[in-house]
Design a protein around this ligand. Structure first.
Ligand SMILES: NC(=O)C1=CN([C@@H]2O[C@H](COP(=O)(O)OP(=O)(O)OC[C@H]3O[C@@H](n4cnc5c(N)ncnc54)[C@H](OP(=O)(O)O)[C@@H]3O)[C@@H](O)[C@H]2O)C=CC1
Ligand SMILES: O=C(CO)COP(=O)(O)O
Length: 363
């Protein structure tokens, strides 16, 4: 039992020594669990264990003294009841395969990664389903900038899983006075929300660098939400999840904070820095760079209207100037605000009717 009298897994493993994995590991340790964190950097593991600091990814943050880190995956995983996986999407499957010998059917596995696998378009929890025997798979997603979370600024997140045991275990393990964990049964929607919002954080960072005002940012964020939910619905997800913390909540924070790495990439490109240089100087993962390409290609293939994602893709990869990112949106056919009330087709039909009426009255 944890201090709130709810059952919580007593042995937790975290895969990944970056900013988010470390922030979550320290919270779980603060809650009284035995937490072991795996990373490939031995010096960093020693620093976390001996000095309770992760100077590379979370400088200035004092971690919980009971947190132990190691490069030995067996030691970290062997008797863990809950495993958090905070590895960038490009390496996620490789690390899960490395972990597989110690993963069991009754362990809870939670992905915190907000990205899409390049070769398969899989979300991370889909990789967990494919690669592991676990019956308890979920994702954690929400407005959770790691450095703010580690500094104990109040926020909330969503644990999304179709499995009630997974949801309850995550809530019991991570909820505390500054981190509230809400439950959702829409794993796919919550995970897609976390991956898609990174695209628009790059776009809004770019607009900010070009001196755009509050109206522009608000419009971009709101139309981003429309695009994200349109894309999700086309892929079979519910749009309702996008009204929650894993949708609009995460979108707002990453589109408005300079702490967001995706926002910072957009800001740098908007100032004229080449994409490769912006990524190299960041030194951490900005998932949106890859996600925008994958989503643009998928949307083109499936005929899903995504003017912002597509405008951003052409700026990042095809030499279009940042000032033209939003032009295809601004110049496209008149459309509806919320397409789940007035469909885009109905709004466009109104215009065809209007032009027909005008033509008839002129002839
Ligand atoms: N940071 C944040 O605010 C949040 C991040 N997330 C998501 O969490 C995921 C992880 O992010 P975050 O912790 O921030 O990432 P960071 O960039 O801070 O750290 C990445 C971590 O992954 C490790 N890693 C990278 N490649 C490999 C590999 N091939 N094998 C083993 N380890 C590897 C890195 O190790 P090394 O140091 O050795 O390179 C490092 O420990 C991302 O998908 C991100 O979108 C979600 C919410 C908030
Ligand atoms: O997902 C995040 C906050 O919820 C972190 O965003 P960045 O990866 O852009 O830093």
């Amino acid at each position: 039992m944890n201090e709130e009298g709810r059952p919580a897994p007593g042995r937790i493993a975290v895969l990944g020594g970056g900013s988010f994995g470390t922030a979550l590991a320290s919270i779980a340790a603060t809650k009284g669990a035995r937490v072991r964190q795996w990373m490939r950097d031995a010096a960093l593991a020693d620093e976390i264990t001996a000095r309770h600091h992760n100077s590379r990814y979370l400088p200035d943050i004092e971690l919980h003294e009971s947190l132990r880190a190691s490069t030995c995956m067996q030691w970290v995983l062997e008797d863990a009841e809950l495993v958090l996986i905070a590895i960038p999407s490009g390496h996620f499957r490789t690390v899960v395969r490395q972990a597989r010998p110690w993963l069991k059917a009754d362990q809870v596995l939670l992905s915190t990664t907000k990205g899409i696998e390049e070769s398969t378009f899989s979300l991370m929890s889909e990789i967990l389903v494919e690669e592991t025997p676990s019956r308890h798979i979920g994702v954690l997603s929400g407005p959770n900038l790691a450095s703010e979370l580690a500094a104990r600024h109040v926020t909330a997140t969503v644990v999304a899983s179709d499995d009630g045991y997974t949801r309850a275990a995550a809530q019991a393990s991570l909820s505390c006075d500054y981190f509230r964990v809400y439950a959702s049964n829409d794993r796919y929607g919550a995970e897609l929300g976390g991956a898609l919002k990174n695209i628009y954080a790059i776009g809004v960072g770019m607009a900010a660098a070009m001196g755009m005002g509050a109206n522009t940012k608000s419009m971009l964020i709101t139309r981003a939400l429309a695009e994200m939910s349109r894309f999700a619905v086309n892929l079979g997800a519910s749009p309702l999840t996008f009204l929650g913390l894993a949708g609009v909540g995460d979108l707002i924070v990453t589109c408005s904070s300079e702490l967001s790495r995706n926002y910072r990439i957009g800001f740098a490109v908007g100032q004229g820095v080449a994409l490769e240089d912006a990524v190299a100087s960041l030194g951490q993962v900005a998932e949106g760079v890859n996600t925008v390409r994958l989503v643009h290609e998928r949307a083109e293939r499936e005929g899903i209207y995504m003017p912002l994602a597509s405008g951003l893709y052409h700026v990042l990869f095809n030499g279009v100037p940042p000032s033209e990112m939003g032009l295809s949106l601004m110049r496209s056919e008149h459309s509806s605000d919320v397409e789940f009330t007035l469909s885009r087709q109905d709004a466009q039909r109104d215009h065809h009717t209007l032009s027909k009426t005008n033509q008839e009255s002129r002839s």
